[in-house]
Ligand binder design. Structure first.
Ligand code: G3P
Length: 217
């Protein structure tokens, strides 16, 4: 499973790249707004830092407007993936973009039916939002299983990108189901490393190492 960061914060991206763990980045208008920086400045900096796919979101609601924004975004780099909301106009735009060879990510997906439509529009990625479903007492991960089954039934090539991830168990469950990508906030990525027994084990090894005679380091 590929690991993407869901952020507009370039310091976080730099850190994840440094760890050698980052396969791509997803952004949205909320995440870019959080940076307080101009959109194009942020987008270009992310594209310079990341070799893998970088999702940048359109904001128009009509197909024509989406296409105009998408073509402009695609000019920014070969690894740009244009994020388009799941609406009839959005899917009209995604069909055109797919035939133009522009990669797309259908966002704000909350049902198996929407995921089916995204795949039929030949989207490169579909982004089901697991955390926001959990927030309203629905089962976000159950949606991922259903999409996985539907895509398997018909051999759709659209990649399942698990989004709105809130904690490490979302990541583990996404991997168990076999999602293609999991995008997560930086704090969730950091938590993936952690286990109290690892910290305890390191403390003990370091303490015992001091007892070893003639240590070479
Ligand atoms: O990028 C889309 C998605 O990951 C948003 O997550 O936490 O705002 O529901 P969240």
């Amino acid at each position: 499973m590929e690991i993407f960061l869901d952020t507009g914060n370039t310091d976080e991206i730099r850190q994840a790249v440094d760890w050698g763990l980052l396969d791509g980045v997803t952004t949205n208008p909320t995440l870019v707004a959080k940076t307080g920086r101009p959109f194009l400045e942020v987008a270009k900096e992310i594209l310079k830092l990341v070799d893998g796919p970088v999702s940048l979101e359109t904001v128009s609601l009509d197909a024509e407007g989406i296409l105009k924004e998408a073509r402009m975004l695609a000019e920014l780099g070969d690894n740009v993936v244009v994020k388009v909301p799941m609406t009839p106009e959005g899917m009209k735009a995604v069909c055109s973009l797919s035939s133009e060879g522009i990669a797309t990510n259908v966002t704000l997906v909350f049902s198996p039916a929407q995921a089916l439509i995204a795949a039929k529009a030949s989207a490169s990625y579909v982004s089901p939002f697991v955390g926001r479903l959990d927030d309203i007492s629905s089962d976000g991960m159950e949606l991922i299983s259903k999409i996985k089954q539907i895509y398997k039934n018909y051999m759709f090539e659209t990649k399942i990108l698990v989004a709105s991830v809130r904690h490490p168990m979302h990541v583990v469950q996404a991997a168990l189901i076999g999602a293609d990508v999991c995008t997560m906030p930086f704090d969730v990525l950091k938590k993936l490393f952690q286990h109290p027994l690892t910290d305890k084990g390191i403390d003990l090894f370091l303490k015992d190492w001091q007892k070893v005679p003639d240590r070479p380091f």
